[in-house]
Design a protein around this ligand. Sequence first.
Ligand SMILES: [Zn+2]
Length: 70
Amino acid sequence: MSEQPHYRSLEASEMFCQRCRQARPVRQHLLLVLPTGNKYDYRCAVCATSVGSKMDSDASDFSTLLSGRK
Ligand SMILES: [Zn+2]
């Protein structure tokens, strides 16, 4: 019940949702912060079913974690 008030970005991209059986706008959730990049989970904005995930190669968040800065 602790929704973060600041989503990094509400992208307008859509992905096919198997539950809705049509393309739906997705919300991006940060799952893991790794040395090699961040892993994101994408969920249907309508029914919250996970519709996919993505890794990026941005290691800056991990460096921020290591340094203990906010
Ligand atoms: Zn859906």
